[in-house]
Write a protein that binds this ligand. Structure first.
Ligand code: HEC
Length: 103
């Protein structure tokens, strides 16, 4: 890891406070794969892990509730990473995260 990247990771950890640094890369995947559409003034409303309980996130995608087909833009591996992140910071988790994507 070069110095610049280390500083960036440290900054992300600082900004997110309660979010553990170990999940920084999962956060990146969430922001990249979901945040592309889900942010202020984009095509979809902002979302955050604490919007739902952990099991609800899993069921949401397992039952194909998402209104847009993500199979071409989000690989199964990335989807696993995102679901992990959502569950770790869901409403009923030890570290709920409600404001990564500002409303
Ligand atoms: C290609 C754009 C796009 C991507 C990428 C995308 N979404 Fe969505 N999503 C939408 C649209 C459009 C809607 C329906 C409109 C809305 O809810 O604003 C939606 C709706 C949702 C809803 C329902 C919101 C509600 O209030 O009921 C959830 C939850 C959601 N998306 C989660 C995710 C997650 C998690 C990811 C990343 C794995 C993701 N989305 C990636 C476009 C996208």
């Amino acid at each position: 890891m070069d110095k610049k990247l280390l500083i960036m990771v440290a900054a992300v950890c600082l900004v997110l406070g309660g979010v553990t640094c170990a999940s920084a890369s999962n956060l990146d995947t969430f922001l990249e794969k979901c945040g592309a559409c889900h942010k202020k003034s984009a095509q979809a409303a902002p979302i955050n892990p604490a919007d739902k309980a952990g099991v609800v996130w899993v069921k949401y995608f397992k039952r194909g509730r998402h209104p847009v087909d993500l199979s071409t833009s989000v690989s199964p591996d990335d989807m696993k990473t995102v679901l992990n992140f959502l569950q770790n910071h869901a409403a009923d988790s030890d570290h709920p995260v409600a404001a990564i994507i500002p409303k």
